[in-house]
Design a protein around this ligand. Structure first.
Ligand code: AMP
Length: 216
């Protein structure tokens, strides 16, 4: 199965992606995770993007597309995937269309999932989001708390708030999302590949609805 998940930051894409990747045995490809890993390891890419990432701006297309191209090239054509956080603008969407042509079925995607959520809910949610800087696990102080407050349930590291989850930065990310990423949703709607789901409500129920929409 080949999927993309799109939606504003904080709509719950990461949580649903983890679920779908496990459910369908497909690879979770998060450009945000790959870029954060470069920052953590202080690679050339990491050092170049740190300011952009921390302010919630988009990283240049050539860097992101390079990472995606490399990932796809390292996969078997038969391997399924779900892209989370990519493509973020029309140039990336068009490049992905091109890259996927080398995949089976001329790169047709099974579905593009569009998770919606209103701005005010997003800002509230992001304020409580904490992450593990070591293993990348994501928690929420009220809706998805770790077993021990302040510490990762998987690897026991101290949890931190992402620099780009601070309120002013979230507002900037939302502005960028509306301006650059919403046209990508129209791109896939026109191709007839889009399914839309609200990211508000019970996480398990949203997952079940998605499975019903996607089929086995
Ligand atoms: P995410 O984890 O998907 O919310 O992404 C976090 C940050 O990584 C974004 O605010 C951007 O700075 C950068 N980023 C992630 N994916 C992309 C992309 N496809 N294009 C450009 N920048 C990206």
């Amino acid at each position: 199965m080949r999927l993309i998940i799109l939606g504003p930051p904080g709509a719950g894409k990461g949580t649903q992606t983890e679920f779908l990747a496990a459910r369908y045995g497909i690879r979770h490809i998060s450009t945000g995770d790959m870029l954060r890993e470069h920052m953590r390891l202080e690679t050339d890419i990491g050092n170049k993007i740190v300011g952009l990432m921390n302010s919630g701006s988009l990283v240049p297309d050539d860097i992101v597309i390079g990472l995606v191209d490399e990932t796809l090239a390292g996969m078997k054509p038969s391997e399924g995937f779900i892209f989370d956080g990519f493509p973020r603008n029309i140039a990336q969407a068009e490049k992905l269309d091109e890259l996927l042509l080398h995949q089976p079925n001329e790169g047709r995607l099974h579905k593009v999932i569009y998770v919606t959520a209103p701005d005010e809910v997003i800002i509230q949610r992001m304020a409580g989001r904490v992450c593990c800087p070591e293993c990348g696990a994501v928690y929420h102080t009220t809706s998805r708390p770790p077993e021990r407050e302040g510490f990762c349930s998987k690897c026991n590291s101290a949890l931190t708030q992402r620099e780009d989850d601070k309120e002013e930065t979230v507002r900037n990310r939302l502005r960028i999302y509306r301006e650059l990423t919403e046209p990508v949703i129209r791109h896939y709607a026109e191709k007839g590949e889009l399914i839309e789901i609200s990211g508000i409500g019970n996480i398990e129920l949203i997952s079940e609805t998605l499975v019903r929409m996607l089929g086995e």
